[in-house]
Write a new protein. Sequence first.
Lengths: 216, 129
Amino acid sequence: MTPYEMFFFSSGAVESRWGPKDLTEMRVNVLVGFPLGGLLAIAIQAVAFLVFFDAGIQVEHLAETVLPVGLALGKLGLAIALLGVFAATFGATLETLFSTGYQIAQYFGWSYGKVQPPAQAARFTTVVVGLLLLSTALAMTTLDPITVTIFAVVFSATVLPLTFLPVLLVGNDRQVMGQLANGRLSNTLGTVTLAISTVAALAALPLLVLTRGGSS
Amino acid sequence: MTDHHSVRFTLLDQQVVDADGRRIGRVDDLLCDDPGPGGEPVITHLLSGAEALGDRLGGLTGKLMAAVSARLRTTPDGPSRIPADLVADHADLVHLRVRLADLPDVAGLERWLSAHVISLLPGAGDADQ
């Protein structure tokens, strides 16, 4: 869970006017999506360890991560894996761009999103287009993508409790949530999550410095 | 707007929506008429936009935001303002009686970007739904 996902999904929910009847769809998304994502992440790490550790290969590029799939499943498997890499990175690019656009637009109260033509959400669209150009320029420098990823993850961990707390508070606001306000179980789980993410947030920056950006 | 709620909770920073339901900005500051000793101040205008917000926030960030926004403004007289009598309802969002097109001084950056940048892109007039 990263802050951008929180902004992306909550803004999407506002934009497509989710109501109580959409709860089932949302629960299926979370209960199927998150375990599946976790399983895939563990699977990638496991096959990467099996292939790369004995061979003494240091992974330095995204392209190298599909090597285990190629070894196990041949050309067709490699093609499917490459398609998956493309879908994942393309989707994540759009998600993060829109998420940042949503945050800036909502802070200033601008119209945002895809329900109206881009010309009627000009400030939002300009922010998204500007960020796309800026991040493409950043990617075209010789900056090491793995270093960028490490810093990005550390800073997301730092701000996560600040993003999560308002959601927990709104979940308890009976004026907003009515009958669906958080019960005891949700609040206990929410508070535990908040506590864990706060510890992670406080530890993230010192750990980044102490381990010299994860290199030792 | 004759109620006596604290404007900090009911008005300031609230989302402003025009008669079509289009989000046009937030209530970044308020202009009041001071009737003198004994009288109660009356809100005359809502101020919206980065110039009013920057002035209100203060500090280096606020000054910078207000200065850039003021430099981009084409009208001579201060942050863009919305007459308070155009507010239809402010129970949840601040709903205006008029459309954004009827408020030429509000959301100048939105208009400029729409006309000069975004409308030049392919698909600028297409909506999703």
